[in-house]
Design a protein around this ligand. Structure first.
Ligand code: NDP
Length: 330
């Protein structure tokens, strides 16, 4: 069984030396366990926080651990009543070829409705993250104006489409003209501004019109700062992630905090595992949007488990459009 294990704490941006590829024997199953052949592995930014030495909202990994990660795969051996061999499942099963799990760690998926990989992205916890932040935390209402950062990424692309479906005007922020084109044309945002361009502040100011009701923040740092003066009074900022800060060696000092006071903004951080009570509502809306053709998704797929470390680093640097995945079984 090939596994990728945590080998070294990164300083700043991780490199492939932070990971090792090892092969271990496959252990026999105990009663109540199943074996899953992992087909797709999701590479999520939060894993970078798990590589720190200090816990964040979730505990850090220990050196030598198999990397944490969500996979979609197929049950190839079962000693658990009710889980059939051949069933497709997702779970947090780690960066490895095969995983041993109990049924409570698995969620079954319907590959007749959508490809298995979609359940690691728009139709899985990525889509749920978008919904929880926009609807449950942000309280989006029809006709509002919504700003979304990391708009070409897995979460951001779903946020914008859900907001459009609710009759909102949506502006994205993404790195580079190519990504902004995809955000506008494929994901249907009203506009998208390139934060790497010299005229970013001018362009985002123009795109704001009379201000944003919601800023769905995936990145923190200078983009968060730039968004604050563009908010309307009583605007809401669901704080989903801080990807611009995960590799920072110095914390970013926000300059526009006064706007939070002047405009009476609400900023609320959230982690989806605290909101399991709304997962069913989120999933049914995501599935309905997908079935109606209102939710499309992109994937950046690299082949081979051994390439997961390099792909993870590439994703943190913006190498992906949509969900960054590894195809383990080619
Ligand atoms: P993405 O698919 O959006 O990939 C990360 C993207 O971040 C890159 O493509 C890159 O896009 C962007 N990025 C990287 N560095 C910077 C920077 N310095 N400034 C601005 N953008 C940057 O990842 P996900 O959709 O999986 O995750 C998006 C966010 O959601 C992350 O912050 C993640 O931690 C968070 N998250 C939070 C959850 C929760 O429960 N709160 C659950 C899941 C995800 P570009 O080329 O545009 O720079």
């Amino acid at each position: 069984n090939r596994q990728i294990r945590f080998a070294r704490h990164p300083e700043g941006m991780p490199d492939t030396e932070c990971f090792t590829l090892e092969t271990r024997p496959i252990e026999p199953l105990a009663e109540g366990q199943v074996r899953v052949r992992n087909h797709y592995l999701a590479l999520d930014p939060y894993i970078r926080m798990r590589m720190e030495k200090k816990d964040s909202y979730a505990p850090v990994m220990a050196l030598g651990d198999v990397l944490i990660g969500r996979t979609a795969g197929q049950v190839v051996e079962s000693r658990a009543p009710g889980v059939a061999e051949g069933a497709w499942v997702v779970g947090r099963l780690g960066w490895q070829d095969y995983s041993t799990a109990t049924p409570s760690e698995l969620q079954s998926i319907d590959t007749a409705k959508a490809p298995a990989s979609a359940y690691l992205g728009a139709l899985g916890s990525t889509g749920v993250t978008a919904w929880v932040g926009l609807v449950h935390i942000g309280g989006v209402r029809e006709g509002e104006s919504v700003l979304v950062s990391a708009a070409s990424g897995a979460v951001g692309s779903v946020v914008g489409q859900l907001a459009r479906r609710k009759g909102c005007r949506v502006v994205g922020i993404a790195g580079g003209a190519r990504k902004c084109g995809i955000v506008r044309e494929k994901f249907g945002f009203d506009d998208c501004i390139d934060y790497k361009a010299d005229d970013f502040l001018e362009k985002i100011g123009q795109a704001a019109g009379d201000g944003f009701d919601i800023y769905y923040d995936n990145v923190g740092g200078p983009i968060f700062d730039a968004a604050l003066p563009l908010m309307r009074n009583f605007g809401r900022i669901p704080l989903c992630g801080l990807v611009s800060q995960y590799n920072a060696t110095e914390p970013y000092g926000v300059k526009n905090m006064r706007e939070v006071f002047n405009k009476r903004l609400t900023i609320r951080g959230f982690v989806i595992s605290d909101h399991r009570d709304v997962f069913a509502a989120a999933t049914s809306e995501l599935e309905a949007a997908y079935a109606d053709g209102d939710l499309v998704y992109e994937e950046t797929i690299h082949d081979g488990l051994e390439n997961a470390p390099a792909s993870f680093v590439s994703m943190l640097q913006g190498g992906n459009v949509g969900k960054q995945l590894i195809r383990i079984v080619t």
